[in-house]
Design a binder for this molecule. Sequence first.
Ligand code: GLC
Length: 623
Amino acid sequence: IPLVPAAQPINPVSFAFASGSTQVRFDGSSERMGIAQAAAPLRLHLGCSGAAPPRPTSLRVGVGFGSHARRKGGRRRNPPRAASSLHPSSNPRAHDHEPALKPPAPAPAVDVAGRDLNGAADHAPQQRRRAASDLEEEAWALLRESVVSYCGSPVGTIAACDPNDSSPLNYDQVFIRDFVPSGIAFLLKGEYDIVRNFILHTLQLQSWEKTMDCHSPGQGLMPASFKVRVVPLEGDEEGATEEVLDPDFGEAAIGRVAPVDSGLWWIILLRAYGKCSGDLSFHERIDVQTGIKLILKLCLADGFDMFPTLLVTDGSCMMDRRMGIHGHPLEIQSLFYSALLCAREMLTPEDGSADLIRALNNRLMALSFHIREYYWLDKRKLNEIYRYKTEEYSYDAVNKFNIYPDQIPPWLVEWIPPEGGYLIGNLQPAHMDFRFFSLGNLWSIVSSLATTRQSHAILDLVEAKWSDLVAEMPLKICYPALEDQEWKYITGSDPKNTPWSYHNAGSWPTLLWQLTVACIKMNRPEIAARAVEVAERRISTDKWPEYYDTKRGRFIGKQARLFQTWSIAGFLVAKLLLENPEKSRILCNNEDEEFANAFNLMADSCNPNRKRGRKAPKKTYIV
Ligand code: GLC
């Protein structure tokens, strides 16, 4: 019987393991069950009372799949009452949104400079300010309505709260990535508990037994989302109920995608929590340290890779369905880099962590070099690629990845501005994904994965391509759309990802907050302020959609949810940070000087025209 013992002592836990078709309980009893039931290898009983929830152990026992494994969770005995009355916030249809939804009078149509398009006189600044503050009030009311409670405490926000949506799919769950802007909004407002609870409860879920068709992913994986369920208390005849946390690691998600970004966002939010709340000892807790290390170990594990970038499948991040981003997508790399830097700041030095910290530093160095050098694209670089020779077999090949110049898409030749540049979406042998991905580029600025020059150039490009990337609603998730045959082959003819819709170059208001952090970091907040103004004109009247369709973001997305929480929270974070720009420091990472020097020397040594005789860096980095 493959029973792996508990890694750490934990609080009351009763567990069972499967032996053939008999489940043996540790209390000595046993019961017969079928294969599907053997899927319930352990049942954890976790107290809800303490502020610090105990960390569950991971017991790899028997074969696990199916619904039972998903029924494990923190539990509390409740007096019998209707489930819906217990958790209105976890049931979007239990809400009556109308009272909170008294949107301010729709903002009149105005041009970029704020002039009334109907020819009326310019609005008094005072009036505009009032409209903006009404909008913020509305956004706060909606954000608070999306809060989900577990055992009486707030633990997250539901993905979308549309009272008229009859099939919410998994939008009634707390998504890890979606909660980040909600969490930041609450932090900026001085409401720290919800973030602390979220961090601790998702930490519990990290060690859950998770399997899909008999296979378990790495232990550090964080779920994509979780739900608070109210279920009848097992064995209780009086109808008592209990709450359980029910995570989804991708085993139920559409396409069965692994949420690689969840753990990275978790680390980033953890650091932001400490910096904002001043609770700097929080990350020193043993369970939190273990959580950080599990994520790092999973990401830093040796594999077959030749590249320092993280190798992932399609759909492992915000674009959580097939969009041709398998391999080394920029979004994951920038979050990875940011999470490594945040983790390095928080890891407490101890004997056992020296190897991990060494591996982390080496990876940081190699990753920043790789991205800055090989993902960077501007007009000059594009011309270089255009003239590449191929089939170079040597150590000092110029065209290292054997990119065929014919791959350069026709749109790019026209699109690349004379000034400015960006990091391409993906790099693989003989493949460059030349699409512009907003989140990856913005977070490369925030995390200092991009150099200062590159960061400014990315913002120059955003300005130069405003009518493509912002247009009538910020911000395009990527540019341009996959169309015709490309759409057919790359997305598998996905009807949700049709050209200029959803992930396929739709416009996502939530990206406003990342744009704002990046602009503030580069001391160019006016760019973000302009984008916020564009969003303000219609986002509330449109009922805070998840995304917009068409080239210029003119229509509410075909299948977009309304009252999408991260659209609301993203808007709020952008507003709050523009009011208090210094607060964006809780999210930014500064350039590591030692790395910058080493990078310059390495870049120099990779340049075939380099001058000889320059000094090597003092420290050695394995790249
Ligand atoms: C969609 C998005 C994903 C998001 C989820 C919940 O699946 O693609 O990024 O986390 O909805 O809003």
